[in-house]
Design a protein around this ligand. Structure first.
Ligand code: SF4
Length: 445
């Protein structure tokens, strides 16, 4: 999971790209980077850390240009290291080209081996660099022709932003796994992972880039081009469950509304359950709990205080750090919990270790009974499309029944939302098709 943001034709491009990246910070916290274009020359600055740590006032001043593309990274392929921070820039016979990528190229190793055999020298260990080397090797008349020729060679998932002097190009894989939206701000165009980044930068969303579509912005004009036939739209449903900000709109439905409805559908599936209060594991669980509360007429209460300065445990790359930050960041509110039967809602249950710690801390705070409700179905299979789920053996639902998971996490009851309810709650428009492979184990070919 990463975030990408690009803006063209604005004298404030570097500052607005900063705002866009800052808004997308929840999508990755390892590194941030930006490339700007003054029409003749690209300038780059990448660094490890958060957007406000990487882009000091002095750095932003040095990034001159009327267009900018930027990236914030959480690594799924390639190590957590500055050389893998994006955008990547390559000087080749194509000229200078920068790329920012969200997704996972599943045939990158094979493509890389064959490019290396014919002399390509890679600067990073990230899968993203493959597209730049392919583009340098198999060229067309211009950058868009070159990309149209080479993008179909990639398998897996991608939302790309490319930049060359005078041009920004966005592209989305033929299944549309990872998000990419086009926005407008006066004479400027914006491309972003989430609509909320366009809103915060002061723009308006125009539309999603379609699967297999490229958008070319050059000379103040926008044009669209298909580089692959559109397949069935399979947006990652976890955007709504967990990744996207509540103020983002995915598939025509606000993430906040989708999460609220998921909570209500969970309540319907648990009809008749008795409890003193319903609460959510902050932050995403809170909206689910509010939807549940209204549907079930069970009062909502905040059972945990979240410390917002520790980062997001799921997207910290190291297991030990993940466990430590899980303890650090959630503090139970004892007065609310003591002697109560609690329905606690979390977005997903991956390894089960975080839920076990949460249940343990509720018990220690005096909870009488804990009913754990999960706002998504059991995750039985890994993600190959750019989300850092662990391998199959570490997925608790792949190796245990629901009853055994309940015992493992120590809850008195455990309920998962059905896949049907999840898709219903997320499906805002007629084209709202989603990838649900990690729940079914069936993948697109
Ligand atoms: S497999 Fe799961 S996490 Fe991966 S893209 Fe599909 S829905 Fe998203």
């Amino acid at each position: 999971m990463c975030g990408i943001f690009g803006i063209t034709d604005s004298k404030e491009a570097p500052g607005l790209a900063y705002v866009g990246l800052f808004t997308l910070q929840h999508r990755g916290q390892e590194s941030a980077g930006m490339v700007t274009d003054d029409g003749t020359q690209l300038r780059q600055h990448n660094g490890m850390g958060l957007v406000n740590e990487v882009f000091t006032g002095k750095v932003l001043e040095s990034l001159k240009g009327r267009s900018a593309i930027g990236h914030i990274r959480y690594s799924t392929t390639g190590s957590s290291h500055l050389k893998n921070a994006q955008p990547l820039v390559l000087n080749s016979c194509l000229g200078t080209v920068a790329v920012a990528h969200n997704g996972n190229i599943t045939n990158a190793d094979r493509l890389k081996a064959s490019l290396q055999k014919s002399g390509a020298i890679f600067q990073s260990t990230s899968d993203t660099e493959v597209i730049l080397h392919l583009a340098a090797r198999y060229r067309g008349r211009n950058l868009e022709d070159t990309l149209a020729r080479n993008l179909p060679k990639l398998a897996g998932s991608y939302a790309f932003l490319f930049m060359a002097p005078g041009k920004v190009i966005g592209a989305r894989d033929p299944h549309g796994y990872r998000p990419l939206v086009l926005g407008r701000l006066g004479k400027s165009y914006i491309l972003a992972s989430e609509t909320c980044a366009i809103d915060v930068a002061g723009g308006k969303t125009v539309r999603e880039i379609e699967p297999g579509e490229m958008v070319i912005i050059s000379g103040g004009k926008v044009s669209f081009r298909r580089f692959a036939p559109a397949r069935k739209f399979t947006r990652c449903i976890f955007e709504q469950v967990y990744f996207a900000r509540p103020d983002a709109v995915v598939a025509g439905r606000s993430v906040q509304k989708a999460r609220y409805e998921i909570g209500a559908l969970l309540a319907r599936e648990l009809a008749g359950v008795k409890a003193d209060l319903v609460s959510g594991v902050p932050d995403s669980g809170t909206v689910y709990a509010l939807g549940f509360s209204e549907e079930a007429w069970i009062p909502y209460q905040t059972a945990f205080m979240r410390n917002h300065y520790t980062g997001r445990s799921f997207i910290q790359p190291d297991q030990r750090l993940r466990e430590v930050t899980a303890h650090l960041k959630l503090a139970p509110i004892k007065d609310v919990i003591k002697g109560k039967t609690i329905i606690l809602i979390d977005d997903s249950l991956v390894r089960g270790t975080t839920s076990r710690e949460i249940v343990k801390s509720l018990r220690a705070a005096g909870a009488k009974k804990i009913i754990m409700a999960i706002a998504s179905p059991p995750i039985i299979s890994p993600c190959y499309f750019g989300i850092d789920t662990p391998n199959r053996e570490e997925l608790i639902a792949n190796k245990m029944s629901v009853e055994r998971i309940r015992r493992f996490i120590g809850a008195d009851a455990l309920h998962y939302l059905s896949l049907e309810s999840l898709v219903t709650a997320c499906g805002g428009g007629k084209d709202a098709n989603f990838c649900v492979s990690c729940f079914t184990g069936r993948y697109n070919r």
